[in-house]
Design a binder for this molecule. Structure first.
Ligand SMILES: Nc1nc2c(ncn2[C@@H]2O[C@H](COP(=O)(O)OP(=O)(O)OP(=O)(O)O)[C@@H](O)[C@H]2O)c(=O)[nH]1
Ligand SMILES: [Mg+2]
Length: 322
């Protein structure tokens, strides 16, 4: 071997220069584990809605992290859970299809809760997946626990891997809300991606259609403060988004027409509230977020409708985009 070949690798790159990498990493974990919050923290902007209610995410959301050395595409998935409805089954299918396609899997476990049957079930499925997909264990919500408790959780996750025959490529504690170790997580995920050119144009933070993001922001506002089964019953569809005609160029207005669907007529009263108070709040909160997202003033026309038992009805599910 001569000196020049020793100083460069097979693609003629000078030794020591890191190759550009691009690929997909997905976050999986049970509902409420903090996957969407972490996705947003890594991307640096809100691409996925979050809430205190489990099963908030209902489709895969791609968030794109641009770095000088890599493009890391994060695929946030719905929390995997024991399905009780057709919607639940569909969501789980989406998760399983996703993790078969990505380059790296991030298995998320909250630091503040003991590893339970739900986590064990998901990890068990990961163990069955092809071995060459690297798996990173991510302990989320570290801001909620003491150092001791965190150390115990890290050991428990390590132990879970050993029990199930999963070799964690890394075990990383993070806090999505505080941003702690989020940068480090990206640093650890990037080397696990294949070499390749960027997959999305520079500056794109997500490939979600605007109409879907708008519907999600309305759903996020509608989830705020509702309890029990109601969060699961809420679906939002944006029917139309059109610039208002006849507006001066410097004062545009976007008309957004959206429907909030519920499963039963009895739920309407809760979402609308006394004298329409709650619905008004949902409207004004989501309108602010939509305006920030689109950078234009918005007139939001919001209606509440019933799509009877839509979570269990294949025809309704299709109509609502599942
Ligand atoms: N204190 C704290 N709370 C967090 C953190 N990450 C997420 N949360 C909270 O946990 C709740 C669930 O977070 P999400 O990001 O929506 O969880 P998810 O895993 O995407 O949930 P699903 O979409 O339902 O599967 C929200 O109330 C978040 O604010 C964190 O690092 N620290
Ligand atoms: Mg989520």
């Amino acid at each position: 071997m001569n000196a020049s070949s020793a100083a460069s690798d097979t693609e003629g790159r000078p030794a020591g220069e890191t190759p550009y990498r691009s690929g997909f990493a997905c976050f999986v974990g049970r509902p409420n584990a903090g996957k969407s919050t972490l996705t947003n923290a890594l991307v640096g902007t809100k691409v996925a809605i979050t809430s205190t209610r489990p099963q908030t995410t209902r489709h895969t959301v791609r968030g794109i992290v641009h770095r000088p050395d890599a493009q890391l595409v994060l695929v946030d998935t719905p929390g995997l859970h024991k399905p009780r409805t057709l919607l639940g089954e569909r969501l789980n299918d989406v998760v399983r299809t996703t993790w078969a396609e990505v380059d790296v899997i991030g298995f998320c476990v909250p630091a503040d809760q003991k590893i339970g049957p739900g986590d064990r079930f998901i990890a068990g499925e990961l163990a069955e997946l092809r071995k060459r997909t690297p798996k990173v264990a991510v302990v989320t919500k570290t801001d909620l626990v003491s150092g001791d408790a965190l150390a115990r959780q890290l050991v428990a996750v390590d132990q879970l891997g050993k029990e199930l025959g999963i070799e964690w490529a890394e075990i990383v504690p993070v806090s999505g809300t505080e941003g702690t170790q989020v940068e480090l997580l990206a640093d650890l995920l990037v080397p696990l991606l294949p070499e390749g050119p960027p997959l999305y144009p520079d500056g794109d933070l997500t490939d979600e259609p605007e109409q879907v993001m708008v519907a999600e922001l309305i759903r996020e506002a509608a989830l705020e403060g509702v309890r029990d089964e109601l969060p699961h019953s809420i679906a939002v569809v944006v029917e139309e988004m059109v610039p208002r005609e006849g507006r001066p160029a410097d004062r545009p207005l976007l008309d957004v027409h959206a429907n909030i669907y519920l499963e039963r007529p009895s739920q309407k009263g809760i979402v609308i509230g006394p004298k329409g108070k709650r619905l008004k709040e949902v409207g004004s909160t989501s309108r602010r977020h939509i305006e920030a997202l689109l950078g234009t003033p918005v007139y939001l026309d919001l209606h509440v409708k019933v799509a009877k038992d839509w979570q269990r009805d294949p025809k309704q599910l299709r109509r609502l985009g599942f």
